[in-house]
Ligand binder design. Structure first.
Ligand code: ADP
Ligand code: GLC
Length: 485
């Protein structure tokens, strides 16, 4: 039988390029799909980091996309340590720069992002029109950076592939001025409220949601959330209209990369049987971060983009109280400069109990997951969230707000859930500092009840967070799309 052919278009994929969970998912989901015998191949922009890390790069094709742009070359490589083929758009003027995939080193969005990701979307659509050797039946788009592809295919007279639009975060929509229409080569009449136009601007994500054959998001709860005004970021009405084609599929985690039993970044590997070895990771982390050695104080970890989404502003006012209550805090993150500054200022006030590392550090992120006792994710909204699942697998108890994928994955330590051995973490309802403080106090109190704490750890560590079930849901959706006219 012929394999199902899927092009997985994305602006990031671990270990080539990653700024957050999108990078993790665009590595682990294609791997899980290949295990289900899907011929899935990635499409990525040729950032310098991608070209440096990709093995076996060969030139595949040279194409003119826009009259004013140099011709782009399509390169093919293989994911490091994997067998997944990766198509890379080689266009040095657009992608080979110092800085991140979306922003320059000062944190400012690249001015030509519309063109940079217009080109990514266009090439994804060309694959869908079967211009190249690999002829996908599905073009699977991820986030706004690829979201014009479904529109191109809907307008095309060669719409051979069906399209899936996966929304990892509604808050990032790819909004640009109306000149974008011409810049990315779309017909002027396409700029209307049925698709591309959003309050006078071009919205990449709206186009994707409007034109894709199927829309998915990364947890069942977030699929409901985004159909409300509070979480829909202005697109809730459109999402409600597309309700029949909207599915929430919970993300999985990659158990080869995030597994305390074989994580090479850890000082000691451990599992449910030798859980006591986790302590050694805590001790080492404390030393590494210059935190006071202590057996009593729970160590609270955070690894996060420092943005409005993550509820950092809820934590800042209560840090002095938490410090007084006898906890330690280790934060790794980067993003908003004001938040960075507030956190650094607090860490300077309490050096024995609080450490803040500003930057992006893959190794330290694993060490915090393993070394912390508690992991904090008080997000205002959270499409899925991966760190709470990494935490539970590492026996690190998450504290989360009841929103999006956090609500789908963490089971609150109520007396009833503890009694039924279901509890895996601590959950609070409203996004305010008082509720968060109360929830942390609840966790800290429970920390001293060793048997219950261990039960929470083991319940989390033995939960199945793998991709198995979710990857099958994507395969069903692919088949459904192919079979629907
Ligand atoms: P989001 O995608 O919204 O940032 P997720 O929880 O889905 O949130 O995924 C975040 C991913 O990014 C995790 O793999 C996390 O470890 C990683 N990450 C976030 N910030 C950093 C950082 N400063 N250094 C290293 N890894 C980070
Ligand atoms: C986004 C979301 C996060 C999700 C990740 C991967 O960045 O903010 O909640 O886990 O994408 O889908």
């Amino acid at each position: 039988m012929n394999k199902l052919r899927v092009l997985f278009a994305t602006s990031e994929a671990y270990p080539l390029i990653k700024t957050g969970g999108l990078g993790d998912v665009c590595y682990s989901l294609p791997n899980a799909l290949r295990q289900l015998d899907v011929d899935v191949r990635l499409l990525l922009p040729g950032y310098s980091a991608v070209l440096e890390r990709l093995s076996l790069v060969e030139v595949h094709d040279s194409i003119n996309i826009y009259p004013l742009l140099e011709p782009i070359r399509l390169l093919v490589g293989i994911m490091p340590g994997e067998i997944t083929p990766v198509y890379v758009i080689d266009c040095p003027t657009l992608y080979q720069r110092d800085g991140g995939p979306y922003q320059d080193i000062t944190g400012k969005d690249w001015e030509d992002n519309a063109v940079r990701f217009g080109v990514l979307s266009k090439v994804a659509a060309l694959f869908g029109e079967h211009h190249f050797l690999f002829k996908p039946q599905i073009v699977h788009c991820n986030d706004w950076q690829t979201a014009i592809a479904p529109m191109w295919l809907a307008l095309s007279n060669r719409p051979y592939a069906k399209t899936i639009m996966s929304v990892h975060n509604m808050a990032y929509q790819g909004l640009f001025g109306p000149k974008t229409v011409e810049q990315i080569g779309l017909p002027p009449e396409s700029f209307n409220m049925f698709g591309l136009e959003f309050y006078g601007k071009v919205s990449f994500l709206k186009a994707g949601i409007y034109y894709a054959n199927q829309v998915t998001t990364v947890s069942p709860n977030y699929a409901k959330d985004i159909q409300t005004q509070a979480y829909g970021c202005g697109l809730d009405t459109l999402l409600k209209e597309r309700q029949k084609q909207l599915t929430g599929i919970i993300n999985g985690i990659d158990l080869e990369v995030w597994n305390p039993e074989k994580d090479t970044y850890l000082n000691r590997n451990y599992n449910t049987i030798n859980l006591s070895a986790k302590v050694r990771n805590t001790q080492v982390l404390r030393t590494q971060l210059n935190l006071e050695a202590s057996k009593k104080m729970p160590l609270i970890g955070m690894v996060t983009r420092l943005t409005e989404q993550k509820g950092i502003d809820l934590i800042i006012p209560i840090i002095p109280m938490l410090i007084k209550a006898g906890v330690q805090i280790a934060i790794l993150g980067s993003g908003d400069k004001t938040l960075e500054m507030h956190l650094q200022r607090l860490a300077a006030l309490y050096p024995k109990q609080m450490n803040v590392t500003i930057g992006y550090d893959e190794k330290l992120s694993h060490q915090i997951e393993a070394g912390a006792n508690i992991f904090l994710m008080p997000s205002k909204f959270e499409p899925c969230g991966l760190n709470q699942m990494y935490s539970m697998s590492y026996g690190t108890i998450p504290i989360v707000r009841h929103t999006g994928g956090l609500a789908d994955t963490v089971i609150d330590a109520t007396p009833e859930n503890i009694k039924n051995e279901l509890a895996t973490g601590f959950v609070f309802e409203r996004a305010n500092s008082n509720e968060l403080l109360y929830c942390v106090q609840r966790a800290v109190k429970m920390f001293s009840n060793k048997p219950v704490w261990k039960q929470l750890q083991i319940t989390g560590m033995t939960r199945d967070f793998s991709w198995q079930k979710s990857a099958k849901q994507y395969v069903s959706l692919y088949h459904h799309s192919i079979n629907t006219i």
